[in-house]
Every structure is written in C-alpha cells, then in structure tokens.
Design a protein. Structure first.
Length: 449
C-alpha cells in the first residue's frame, strides 16, 4: 500500500518513493539542550515518532537520525549565565530530554547524535564550501554567499528580488529576508573555551552547518525525509539545503515534513514569550504524558492546536476508557483484516492519525467483532498510536454464582417469548440478590451491584 506525504518543498501531497526499496532514511531536527523542552517542542518529536511508526507498520526498514544541538548561541549563553561548563549544562538537559521522551513512549532514534561529536565533519564541509567559492571569510567568521547558491530560498518560497546583500551572524532570525549566513564563527571572548582549530581560523560551527554535516555523515548526501516544526523552514532548513547541495551537487532531501505550531490562548507557545508549559506542569495537574500524546493524536500534525487543560483532561478520560476496555477484552483473538486495511489507508494518507483514532472507537462499538478480535486489532493499531494498550491491566471477569446465571438465562428465555411480566419479575429477583443485568445485542451481562 502506497504512502502519501505532504512535501513542503512542492506544497503537494506526493506518493513516497524511497531511495532504496523497502528502506527509509529520516533526519529529525532534535532538541537544543540548554533548557527543559516545552510541550510544544514535544509535539514535533511525537510527529517524528509517528512517522517512524507508520513506516515500520508498512514493513520499511527505518534508519532514523536525531541530532542533539549541544553547541550554539543559546547553549553557550546559558552556560555563561549559569557559570558552568558547556558540557555539564548540555548533558543535564540531554538526560532530561531522554527521560521525558521515554514517558511519552517515543522510540529512541537509531542514531541520537551530539553536534560536538561531529566537529571534524563540519570543518570538512566548511572547507568544501570555501573551495567551491560558495563561502567566504569575513572578519568574524565564514559565511555562505547566497547569491552563489542555486535556487536559494525555494523551500521557504522566498522572493529575493528586493533583498540587499548583508551578513547575519545570529543562528536564528525571524524576518523572511535572505542574508549571507555564518557556517563558522571565529572565537570571541564570550565563547570562553568553546573553540576548535581549523585551517580557516579557530572558532565554532554555526547552527545550520551542524545539521547538514551530521545528516550527510550518517545517512549520505541525499536522504529520504527531513522533519521539523514549521518555524524551521526558514532560515534553518533553507540554509541546510543551500550549504548541503552547494557542497555535493546533489539533492539534499526528497521529502520535507513540517509540523504545525501549538498555541496557548491562540499565541504560539515559545520560551521567548514565556507562555510555555513543560511536561512536569502536566504531571502537576495529574495529566499523564500518554494522555497528552493521545490528545495530539486527535489532531493532524499539519493542523495548529490550541492547548487547554480542559481538552487534555478530556483526552485523558478517553484514554482511560480505552485502556479499561482493552483490559476487559479476552486474549487469543485475531486482527480484523477489514479494520486493519482501513487503518492502514488512514495512516498512509499523510499520517491521518485522527481518522485512525476515530476508527479505533468505531471498532470498540462494533458488535459484529468479537472482544478477543477487538483486543488483537487495537493492539495492532497501537504499533502506531504508541499508547501502551498492550500493558492495560487485565480486568478478570467477575465470577457470578450459578443460581444467578440460571435466573438470568430464564429471564432471557422469557424475553425471547415476549413474556415481559415474567422477565420483569426475574430482573427484580436478580437485583434483590445484589446483582444487575444489562441487556446487549448478543445476550446479557451480569455484574454485582
């Protein structure tokens, strides 16, 4: 079954065609480890996890890389503010990220790699750009000359007709206005001892060059899929394409996937706005990380979502109910092929997980599917959902005394012959002995009161 993906590069939904049959290479822009990630960041990481799971569900061999940005403007600034070495700071927040990822049931990427471990690859890449005449040395670092980059800004749909030729050393800049960008920054007093020697001058890498060097070093010059939040389309991903393709002369990425923002009170969640929530804030409100994950599954990854505690609590209630149901269903069933096919159609249609969640509830209500088969099918769905449905606590069926069962069977026989007076009398007798009876399409169910 084909997989359709919305490609930011073309602004179209396309049929996925891998570089290697049955395999997919994926690069995820990971966390910058200078602070605790907020839950908006985790929306992107859950999107990454879903992409991996969907391809695995389709029997692809996945090669997933996620970077840890442990050297950039933010990390250096924070280490200076906290008066601790850069490595101590970044390892602290890297550990926290991994712990919280496990709480959200994110599969660990095949390669979780730190920027500082790939400095030689970055130095080599900068050297290639200089040798190709794409980059040049300035007083404060090495910059890419965007006027020499073929089709610069295509990903972001930039209009370059009015841009002036300027340089910008900052890793991030908000205006969609092209600038020559730094790939290597020469050492300054503010950097402390964060510096590496190179043939073109001592210093440190710019943020954009880090991802290009790491992605190509592990996955090769061309990769299948690159992901991130929509805020990375420009300048980060735009600049990744520029420097990577200028160095290799080959396409850098075939499919670009970007997740939408999460808002709070209809404002983008961001540390700069101080309107962000952390996973710990949800736990303080007795909201489980998996309930947060479930809530995100009910919205398409390209659709903006507005966070409210009320909405996530409602999602938690739904998840608890789903877990309870799976816990009551007997084991030993088979995956329902009709539901599986429909599920796969949904997830393969640009990760339409909200439709897949709705399908799960349709299955729950379907009286034509046995409870063991419902359990097996839902656990199969959970290979993509990642909600740990297979760990739902088993709820054993209550042992009902034989005489109560006999009364219920007699009542059922009375109902079948439309002897409503006798059926009502038997119901009252059952209830007087401390049990309730519920009529269902397939018969009845008894419980103690």
């Amino acid at each position: 079954m084909e997989i359709q993906l919305y490609n930011t590069l073309t602004r179209n939904k396309e049929t996925f065609k891998p570089l290697k049959q049955g395999e997919v290479s994926i690069y995820n822009c990971g966390p910058t480890v200078y602070d605790t990630p907020h839950i908006g960041n985790y929306r992107t990481f859950i999107m990454n996890d879903l992409i991996r799971r969907v391809f695995e569900y389709n029997d692809y061999k996945v090669d997933q890389v996620m970077n840890i940005t442990d050297v950039d403007d933010k990390t250096i600034r924070r280490s200076r503010e906290e008066k601790i070495p850069l490595k101590e700071l970044t390892l602290k927040y890297e550990k926290l990220f991994i712990e919280e990822s496990e709480k959200l049931n994110l599969k660990r990427p095949d390669h979780l790699i730190r920027a500082t471990e790939y400095i030689p690859a970055m130095i080599e890449l900068v050297g290639t750009l200089l040798a190709n005449g794409i980059a040049y040395k300035a007083s404060d670092g090495v910059y890419v000359n965007i006027e020499k980059v073929k089709d610069y800004g295509t990903l972001a749909k930039l209009d370059l007709s009015h841009d002036s030729h300027e340089r910008i050393a900052n890793d991030e800049y908000d205006k969609e206005n092209a600038r020559d960008f730094a790939v290597w920054k020469f050492k300054t007093p503010d950097d402390g001892d964060v510096s590496w020697d190179t043939p073109f001058g001592a210093g440190r890498p710019g943020w954009h060059i880090e991802c290009s060097a790491m992605a190509m070093n592990v996955l090769g010059p061309t990769i299948d899929i690159h992901t991130g939040g929509i805020d990375l389309i420009f300048p980060h991903h735009t600049n990744e394409i520029a420097q990577s393709e200028s160095a290799t002369g080959q396409p850098f990425v075939h499919y670009w996937l970007h997740g939408a923002f999460m808002t709070v009170s209809d404002e983008k969640m961001a540390k700069s706005k101080k309107n962000f929530l952390k996973l710990g804030d949800l736990l303080d409100e007795t909201i489980s990380p998996l309930a947060y994950r479930y809530w995100l599954l009910t919205a398409h990854y390209r659709s903006p979502v507005n966070f409210t505690f009320e909405a996530v609590r409602a999602a938690q209630t739904a998840l608890i109910r789903l877990l309870q149901l799976v816990g009551t269903y007997p084991e030993g069933g088979k995956i329902d092929s009709s539901y599986k096919n429909r599920f796969q159609e949904f997830i393969n249609d640009d990760l339409d997980v909200p439709q897949a969640i709705a399908l799960a509830w349709e299955l729950v209500k379907d009286s034509n599917v046995s409870e063991p088969d419902k359990r097996a099918t839902l656990i199969d769905f959970d290979k993509v959902f990642g909600l740990k449905l297979d760990s739902a606590p088993r709820i054993e069926e209550e042992k009902i005394p034989e005489e109560i069962v006999a009364l219920a069977e007699a009542r059922e026989e009375a109902r079948q012959t439309k002897d409503w007076k006798k059926a009502d009398a038997l119901r009252h007798e059952i209830e007087s002995r401390g049990f309730t009876i519920k009529d269902e399409t397939t018969g009845f169910k008894l419980r103690s009161s």
